[in-house]
Design a protein around this ligand. Sequence first.
Ligand code: GLN
Length: 534
Amino acid sequence: MTKYIFVTGGVVSSLGKGISAASIGKLLQARGLSLTMLKCDPYINVDPGTMNPFQHGEVFVTEDGAETDLDLGHYERFLSRDMSQANNFTAGKVYETVLSRERQGDFLGTTVQVIPHITDEIKNRFRAVAKGADIVIVEIGGTVGDIESLPFLEAARQMGLECGKDNVLYVHVTLIPFIKASEELKTKPTQHSVGKLREIGINPDIIVCRTEKTLSPEIKAKLSLFCNVPKESVIEAHDVPSIYEVPLVFQKQGLDDQIIMLLRLRTRSKDMEGWTAMVKRLYGAERGVTIALAGKYTDYKDAYKSVNESLLHAGIANDARIDIRFLDTSDPDVESKLSDVGGILVPGGFGDRGVEGKIHVAQLAREARIPYLGLCLGMQVAVIEFARGVLKLAGANSTEFDPRTRYPVIDLMPDQKGVSAKGATMRLGTYSCALKKGSLAHKAYGTASVSERHRHRFEFNNKFRKLFEDSGLQVTGTHAAKNLVEIVELRDHPFFVAVQFHPEFKSRPEAPHPLFRDFIAAALARRSLPAHAR
Ligand code: GLN
């Protein structure tokens, strides 16, 4: 029988519940258990696809084209496993299903209610991913005490009743704040949060305590007593330099042993050697390189979560520390901010705010021979820049930013024309891409064909393809079935690769993405050149 671990959060949001859940997953996977993860988001949007990244961070795209919460990115990176549509759902999606069934007449004669109809649908979704898994780890978004997450917690409680004590475990991730004035760690917020959980009928089995300071045995004893969990089940999650160390912090305290005992699981001995070596390599890097990231959300790092992580992974592969410098492209002095960088990355984005600045940055990268990696919008601005700067097509643009441009070098494909609904209507998910022999992309991947994930509406306009290729912007990756340009590269440049897809969704700490890896290698090579030779 599949067993369930429910991960809830207390006291404040942004505690790293997703990292905790993924770390538990990693440890259990390393014990030979097959598992999957599930993230429930209590908001009413059907998916996060239409939300501003300022609200919930980046939208993570799965192989099957679901637009999901960024925690799925953590799951994939920690477990080295693909998630899918079924691994993330929102309150909105649950209501959508229940309401359409109500309209079909599935509940004729009854009053449709939160309990049991909404909670039943939530439980259906808990069960839908269980097939073939020893364990399902369910992370419930929001903070205990929120009105919105109540139906999810209620469904989690019912699962305990239905599946039995040995088959369901509740992990509560909470904050132990440090009060500077009195130099004390405080347990009261956690006591209250656990109290709130108990009101709902859930007794946590394990408490994971986020803290800046080490928890003394007295504090642990107090937490154990007031929260009604054994001392060994009070796990300290102190701040560490990298999220990838968290599974090791948990392992040291025997968190995996606790879970295995409580759920009466039979497992292999641990195998965390590869992961430990990866973290060691990450911490041991002796050289460093600065990468300029020219995005819109410079003050909110979660908006580019997967990009940041991919750069870090590429750093591991190159034994280098990566310093990400968020560039404000509207800064008139942007050029001076690039004097000491090893490379420039322009990530994905929507809307015309800041686009001209990005086009300018692509120009600087081309002219100053600075390694450039363009992702989605980052490819489109590179194409626009080349059209204006090299092909001399004045006013060339994407029709997203200038619908009346004379030179629509980036344009909508016929199947996107006239699409007005915004939810889940972009080109989404995995598409194959054939690589041109001898190109930088081909060398990086080391194979003739790859598949990568997409999330965009606009495409390279094939009408201009020959013009571009004749002048030095080569097309090195294509999706043949639809005749779509997926990768462009500048000839006569150390590293200028721009892709229509999002490689950042496929990079993992244990398997860094080849394009990011080679981009960082090029950035390091540039940094090791004397200034006059760059
Ligand atoms: N706005 C562009 C498009 O829709 C790029 C999207 C992106 O960068 N994800 O095509």
